[in-house]
Ligand binder design. Structure first.
Ligand code: SAH
Length: 370
């Protein structure tokens, strides 16, 4: 705890220095530095994921999550014509838990595990160490890359759970009929504060505003995520060259909405996003309508988004739970809690959504049937 406090105090000093020299930075720059500064970033230096840590994700809630995704992937692989090898690429794999559960389920499908070549796209050295431990018994080769662009080409299945929500956003505020970027400046007492750029944002940044929000009323705040376009272009290129399918699961609305969604979580509590950069997870909700629109504009086909609860139930969450309860009656209450957590509306069931992206003409994957 004192280590983290000391570390982020120094990151704060360096950020303030940079702002004094170069002027206020975009929210995206602040987020990147807070999460991925190589020395003191929240992800770069420690493993924050799990019940006793800072936040918990679906794969850490239950092994059923990764197992169902493993069987979903096996289906998808068969529909692609069962290519061998097939690249299985996970973006932001965290502790490696989901991949471990995927590979356990994959072994049950003849030929699938043996066909897999796994690449984990991760930039946190601390989490790479944890992933390597989680996957030391993997039934197939496992490699690490810093970006999706560096992953092997060829037929591919691409996944990301709670990956898109940590890609940095920029925030724009409508004022006097114009859009101004909300920036982070030095505040009093060694802290930070938000300021509005007095100059309207350049056309290239305004072009990222979702069409439905371009004429929002004065005072509205809109978040844009520049990395989504790069991701969509890369997927379009990949899937034009070789068959493939991408699956993203994350939290956010199905329709574009204005509003500041930047949130900081430390030890399962919401904290001030600008206080002590490097000491809390910073995420923003994913605009699924915008993700779908950008992917379609890149020439891709989009399935969903479908609420996570509905999607997991279509994949057989309740059957899998009943099966495990029969085998381990003493675990019944725990498994019921996990199903509730993953799929109920008040929990992760509706806020979280699954979306699949593929080349045009690809048949609907499981759980995405119209
Ligand atoms: N998928 C995991 C972890 C989610 S946390 C789970 O569900 O538990 C986000 C993960 O994405 C972390 O592993 C983080 O280090 C990684 N990450 C975030 N931005 C990244 C980027 N630009 N490139 C590579 N990895 C990134």
């Amino acid at each position: 705890m004192s280590m983290a406090g000391r570390a982020s105090a120094s990151l704060s000093r360096r950020l303030r220095q940079r702002i004094r020299e170069q002027g206020p930075v975009s929210a995206g720059v602040f987020i990147s530095e807070a999460l991925f500064d190589p020395r003191e970033g929240f992800y770069a230096t420690k493993d924050p994921i799990g019940a006793g840590e800072d936040f918990i994700t679906a794969p850490e809630v239950s092994q059923m999550f990764g197992e169902l995704i493993g069987l979903w992937l096996a289906q998808a692989w068969q529909r692609l014509g069962a290519p061998r090898p097939v690249q299985l690429i996970e973006l932001g794999p965290g502790r490696g838990t989901m991949m471990k559960d995927i590979l356990r389920a994959a072994r049950a499908v003849p030929g699938f595990a043996k066909a897999l070549n796994v690449t984990l796209v991760e930039i946190s050295p601390a989490l790479i160490t944890v992933q390597a431990q989680s996957l030391d018994q993997a039934p197939c080769p496992v490699h690490w890359r810093a970006t999706l662009q560096q992953a092997p080409k060829g037929p591919g299945l691409i996944l990301g759970n709670e990956f898109l929500d940590c890609l940095p956003v920029r925030q724009l505020v409508r004022q006097g009929g114009n859009w101004h970027e909300r920036l982070v400046d030095c505040g009093p007492d060694g802290g930070f504060c938000f300021v509005l750029d007095p100059v309207p944002a350049p056309a290239s940044v305004q072009a990222l505003i979702p069409p439905a929000l371009r004429e929002a009323q004065d005072g509205a705040l809109v978040e844009v995520r520049p990395a989504i376009a790069t991701l969509a272009e890369h997927l379009a290129e990949r899937f034009a060259a070789a068959p493939g399918l991408a699956l993203f699961i994350d939290y956010g609305p199905a329709q574009s909405e204005p509003g500041d969604s930047l949130q900081a979580i430390r030890a399962h509590q919401k904290v001030d996003p600008l206080a002590a950069p490097g000491s809390a997870d910073l995420t923003t909700r994913v605009d699924f309508a915008e993700l779908a629109r950008i992917a379609r504009n890149a020439g891709l086909q989009v399935f969903g988004p479908v609420p996570q609860g509905q999607w997991l139930k279509a994949l057989g969450l309740e059957y899998r739970a009943a099966d495990l309860m029969r085998k381990h009656p003493e675990q019944k209450a725990r498994l019921a809690r996990q199903v509730h957590r993953l799929s109920d509306a008040g929990e992760m069931g509706t806020l979280f959504k699954a979306i699949a992206i593929a080349a045009p003409g690809t048949p609907a994957p499981d759980g995405f049937a119209p």
